[in-house]
Design a protein around this ligand. Structure first.
Ligand code: ADP
Ligand code: MG
Length: 774
């Protein structure tokens, strides 16, 4: 069943060829005890390794079952070793971190035997060699003779047809040697045993057949077999395909990790650092994004959609557009070196779009579903003439030629408060008095530090002091002077009166009173109003009603070609419409603010406004500004930038920790070289070896990932508390289940990839070389 034909084995060292085996011809019987005798270096081990399929011959042939092995693939050799061959070595070659039972079982694992069957057979094998009482010990807790018995039990567990023993008693005392030898002799009763020894006494005492080797040549064979075709058929070797399940690899790796708890723990920690970094960044970004979204839908949702009469959009870079001055090419770079100053036309860089807020549009706006908005407020450019009495008894005039007091328009000291009291009061606290309700009631807006600028104080006619009480302002009155009192006609031109006292004391003046003081609250997303005096839309409407019939308006209506304020005809800069709006003869608004009820409602309003533009030319289109979006998109892009930078940093740590795991795995491969050799000798395929290491890195990756996620969850708790104390935003570190799972998978993947190269190196190790390493 096993025949060696002219087997040669050469080792090439440098340019010298060394013949370890030089033409070996032996044929073995199915059932005999062969001793191969020879001096050290005569090639005994080499011969045994070639017979066992652990090493490859250089030339000649090894015939198994009448079949040449020249065309054997790795897989064929693997199954040959696993099912037909049992190896016993001089140095026992047990795997030190496994128990005795596991050492024996491992050969069965490799051939895919189920666990119950495995245990039963391993115990039986250990019973047969007389070690049943020691099965839970580690190999380093046994004597030499006991270790060799374990090795024999392991070699026999698959019931191989051939047992190969390489000086099995070489390291044992003579008494133990005798016991082991009689055990092997027993075994040889029903199989082929080929034993290598340099001890002629042992050979002659136990073996049926002695083959003497000198310098790689057979010099004596005491009982040669002359081929006899008749008995060949029943001498066939059974060769089965072997395979180890991945689960088995995982279990065995898990055991290995457990035996090296300290190292496994450190590896896991190293791997988790990167994961913790990435998890924290992801959580932070998730939290911040949720915060911004919350901000948008809660607070920023209240911010108006603004439509102003004039929209400026910068569409060109510096000096661009159709400027007759410097061209783009001239000023292509920032911070030029030449000592030249360029002229450029700012207006050429700006596109001005005029929103036509005519009746048609206002009517269209009336059609907007009223449940979508809190209020629609319109700004008018009516100029009001307001007088205040100073602390010195003199008078001061406060001009309001426009009424947008929001931070997004230009500001004046006295302004119209957007017509959305609920929204304003959600952003502002009333510190004293009440929020105005009537047309003649005013509100004082102070900043978050309770300050009012000197400029405002002077304009209000208040003497400058270091500080004031709320009552210094509550109840303070002003007078609005109507056109008929304010203007005096002179040759068709209307000139403002100069005597302020007369105006103030005139009975036509309308008294306004500060009834409340408000300040932006802590929760507000931004300051909607500038500081100063605010009045209600009601006042504008009240005044427009009065002024529409005033003398100056009537006069302007009657002579539409002449500007009644200057007596000159209208030029392009000042138009009839503008003058009429200023003096109160035209109620068309110059701006519209729509206050949506919610974030979703805002989207619907936008869609409604967009629908107005359908079929209209560029010039007729209405362009609106979404203030909230401007604010939140700035924040969002900031968050994105921060996230990318942090993620890059965390990514680097992830890569570093992966490389570390790769290195640790490589060290483990080097450390376990011997074990790899042993595994190969008992039939492990290359794939089984790489599986074991891959399973190990996978386990470490999973553990790192899970550990990293746990640490992140733990760190998130105090981090959230600290951040809440610092910036009053709660739950900014949020680890979602998706992200957690994703990161665990990522960790497992990365470590697996990092371990691929070391595990390949392990799989490709030459089993003979691996066995020789100590
Ligand atoms: P034995 O087991 O009879 O003591 P070996 O079979 O181990 O002898 O070795 C036979 C000869 O082959 C020895 O001279 C040894 O030095 C040589 N040899 C064995 N393995 C190698 C190798 N990997 N590279 C080079 N020479 C080797
Ligand atoms: Mg040897």
């Amino acid at each position: 069943m096993l025949t060696l034909k002219n087997i040669k084995k050469n080792y090439v060292l440098g340019n010298q060829t060394f013949k370890a085996l030089d033409g070996i011809d032996i044929e073995f019987r199915k059932n005999e005890f062969v001793a191969i005798l020879g001096a050290s270096g005569s090639g005994k081990t080499t011969l045994l390794n070639i017979i066992g399929g652990l090493d490859r011959y250089t030339s000649g042939d090894l015939i198994i079952n009448d079949k040449s092995t020249k065309s054997f693939k790795d897989a064929d050799w693997d199954s040959y070793r696993n099912t037909a061959i049992g190896f016993v070595f001089q140095s026992y070659n047990l795997i030190p971190h496994l128990s005795i039972l596991d050492n024996v079982e491992i050969a069965l694992r490799l051939s895919g035997v189920g666990s119950v069957e495995r245990k039963k057979r391993a115990k039986q094998a250990l019973y047969d060699v007389g070690l049943i009482d020691h099965i839970h010990k580690r190999s380093n807790q046994l004597s030499g003779g006991q270790m060799q018995r374990v090795a024999i039990a392991r070699a026999l567990i698959n019931n191989p047809a051939i047992l190969l023993a390489d000086e099995p008693t070489g390291a044992l005392d003579s008494k133990t040697s005798e016991q082991i030898m009689s055990l092997i002799q027993d075994i040889s009763k029903d199989r082929l045993v080929i034993m290598v020894t340099h001890n002629p006494e042992i050979a002659s005492n136990y073996a049926d057949r002695i083959i003497r080797l000198v310098d790689g040549k057979v010099v004596e064979d005491t009982h040669p077999l002359v081929s006899n075709t008749s008995n060949k058929e029943k001498d066939r070797l059974e060769l089965k395909k072997v395979s180890m399940g991945f689960l088995t690899a995982v279990k065995s790796s898990f055991n290995n990790l457990l035996t090296k708890k300290g190292r496994s723990l450190i590896t896991m920690l190293a791997g988790s650092i990167g994961i913790i970094g990435v998890a924290l960044v992801l959580s932070l970004s998730t939290g911040m994004t949720q915060y911004v979204n919350g901000l948008q839908s809660d607070t920023l949702a209240g911010f108006p959609l603004t439509i102003t009469e004039v929209v400026r959009t910068n569409t060109f870079g510096p000096g661009g557009g159709n400027s007759p001055f410097a061209s783009d090419a001239d000023i292509a770079t920032e911070f030029p070196d030449e000592p030249i100053i360029y002229a450029y036309d700012e207006l050429a860089n700006t596109t001005i779009h005029t929103n036509v807020l005519d009746e048609a549009f206002l009517t269209y706006l009336d059609g907007l579903e009223s449940s979508l908005y809190n209020s629609i407020s319109t700004t008018k450019s009516l100029s009001m003439h307001i007088l205040a009495e100073t602390s010195l008894g003199t008078y001061t005039s406060i001009s309001t030629n426009q009424s947008s007091g929001t931070m997004f328009g230009s500001s004046s000291l006295i302004f119209e408060v957007p017509n959305s009291p609920d929204f304003i009061q959600s952003q502002y606290d009333v510190l004293a008095g009440t929020y105005p309700n009537e047309y003649n009631e005013l509100v004082l807006v102070i900043d978050s530090n309770n300050r009012l600028s000197v400029e405002i104080l002077e304009a209000l006619g208040v003497g400058i002091e270091e500080n004031y009480t709320f009552n210094d302002f509550l109840g303070k009155t002003f007078k609005v002077i109507p056109n008929n009192t304010y203007y005096t006609e002179n040759n068709g031109v209307y000139i403002p009166q100069s005597n302020q006292e007369d105006m103030y004391t005139s009975s036509d003046g309308i008294t306004l009173e500060i009834v409340g003081i408000i300040r932006v609250n802590e929760a507000a997303s931004s300051e909607l109003l500038s500081t100063g005096i605010g009045y209600l839309t009601d006042l504008t409407d009240h005044m427009l009603a009065i002024e529409s019939t005033s003398d100056i308006v009537t006069a302007q209506l009657n002579q539409p070609n002449t500007n009644v304020l200057t007596g000159m005809s209208f030029n392009t800069q000042v138009t009839y419409d503008q003058v009429m709006k200023t003096i109160g003869g035209d109620t068309t608004p110059t701006g519209v603010q729509i206050y949506p009820v919610s974030f979703d409602a805002k989207d619907e309003i936008k869609a409604y406004l967009d629908a107005y533009n359908v079929g209209k030319t560029q010039n007729e289109a209405i362009i609106y500004t979404d203030t909230a979006e401007t604010i939140s998109s700035t924040i969002s892009s900031l968050i994105n930038t921060i996230t990318i930078v942090l993620a890059a940093l965390a990514g680097v740590s992830l890569v570093v920790s992966s490389i570390m795991i790769g290195i640790i795995t490589y060290v483990s491969v080097v450390e376990r070289t011997k074990e790899i050799g042993i595994m190969r000798s008992i039939g492990a395929r290359k794939r089984d070896i790489s599986r074991i290491f891959n399973a190990e890195t996978l386990l470490i990756g999973l553990a790192s990932g899970i550990f990293g996620i746990i640490v992140t969850l733990i760190v998130a708790l105090p981090a959230n508390v600290i951040i809440e104390n610092l910036i009053q935003v709660n739950n900014i570190v949020i680890l979602t289940w998706n992200n957690a799972l994703l990161l665990i998978l990522l960790s497992a993947m990365l470590t697996l990839v990092a371990g691929l190269i070391p595990s390949r190196i392990a799989a490709n190790k030459d089993p003979v070389v691996a066995l020789r390493t100590e």
